[in-house]
Design a protein around this ligand. Sequence first.
Ligand SMILES: C[S@@+](CC[C@H](N)C(=O)[O-])C[C@H]1O[C@@H](n2cnc3c(N)ncnc32)[C@H](O)[C@@H]1O
Length: 531
Amino acid sequence: MRTAGRMGGGDIGTCGVCHTVASLTCGGCGSMHYCGKEHQRQHWPKHRVECPPYKVVSTPEAGKHMVASRKLTAGQMLVYESPVVVAPLSICPLLCLGCHGSITGDDFPRCPKCWWPLCSLACASSRLHKGECAILALDTKHIAPPTEQGETPRYDVIAPIRCLLLQSTNPSGWQTILDMAHHSEQRQLNKEEQHLITVRYLSDVLKLDYDLDILNQARGAVATNGMEIRSDKNTRVRAMYPLIRLFNNSCAPNVHLSVAYNGMIQARTTVPVSVGEPLCICYTGALMPIWERNETLTLSYHFSCNCPRCGDPTELGTHFSSPRCPDCVQSYLLPCTWLGETVWRCKLCKQEESNAQVLENVKIWLQRIEMDDIFSGCSLKRSKAALQEVEDDFHPQHYVWMRAAHSALYRMSDNNTEQGLNMRIKIWKRLVALYTVLEPGLTKRRGMSLLETGIIMLRAAQLEHREGEPFMPELLERVRTVVKYLDEASQILSMEPTESKGPAMVQKTEEVKAEAEQFLQRLDSETVRAE
Ligand SMILES: C[S@@+](CC[C@H](N)C(=O)[O-])C[C@H]1O[C@@H](n2cnc3c(N)ncnc32)[C@H](O)[C@@H]1O
């Protein structure tokens, strides 16, 4: 049975057995209440099946967050839930408020009541738009409705309005919004422009009958807890989830999120987790360099991260953000904080570069990669030289190398010559090694990368075999590795939701695996004959 649990502390609920007021909670999940030990014991056979693998705890530094309520294995399902609010992103291109579909052309229809752009007039009375339409129509001078095609921040007002509407349509959803971290005082103090504009619009233009604090809180909750997902129309939107919002951040996460086509989201562990260990996702995406993670976490989420990766200047040994030392060239620059400013210092010769210098060099390289100028011409030789050039300036596992490597792989995707395949294998193996540290365990990215690596290794082995060496034990070993990679890829990808690309990816993996196993059998029989 779960441990005794907590008494008092203001956490009052209803006893899971007799439904009287209860202040004892299950020590495992902390969410089931009991009036006393006797009823807790009596209820355990039933509750043990449902007792969630997480519990919500709170600390002054990190607020509410999820921790493992028991020892968890990799791949353990934690949460599967639907959003409480879905709305356009803060800044987005024209999007229909009735269905979240894109709006094309310049001559788009508008809602006759509120004047916001729609994809068709039928969407004016859609369930999604109906409630907010009467509120948006209070803007009689049409100050907010976008006027033309193109990205616009005007959609920022929609999500807070949809949150406020929950008060009458879904009171428990509204309570969830009120319980969310929002940092609205900080946003006002920092004079966050978009926050101030939206709140002012809600209070001064729409003249909504809400306390200014509530308007600030609703807008702050959206900014702090909204997650970008794909709508069923395949557009980018943001969604807020009642439990998912309780995962705190780590830049080396142990929880993976996957969103299904219908907006349902699932969270599962990617690695084994011990009891009491925080369950974390990465808000910025783990494949971001330290300065981008810092900036987003500080400016948008209002905290500075001290996860194991951010606390280690080598970023878990990857040197993902480290330039090569321009002076001694033997070692790499590591970030150090000096009087509140970041400077980059060589491990070996102590040479220093300013943060601005380091970032400028990265910017130049990213522009070159984006413009394809480092790969000019399609030759393998040029791609190899370009990647080497990147390594002359950065650590071989640096963010810029990763971006250049993907760009090179894209250019080489049709190159199925022996050299082309071998070069692609080398790059993919290095990427898998990097992802294994930064997004370890059962993550979709590792699954997809193992699948890609497996396919290319198989093609290379088949080509070598066709070209005729009769007995190659080393080739046999390589194809065995392919099967291992594909086995792991299939295990990972089969954890994606049914209503997502997951099943198609699993099918593809299984097809390639069957091909690899057949090839393996053939090689096996040839080996026996040769022996
Ligand atoms: C989506 S909410 C997560 C739940 C939140 N802790 C709460 O109390 O509701 C994001 C906010 O949680 C806090 N947070 C998340 N990860 C953190 C971390 N690693 N350290 C400190 N605070 C963190 C920050 O205040 C951030 O803006």
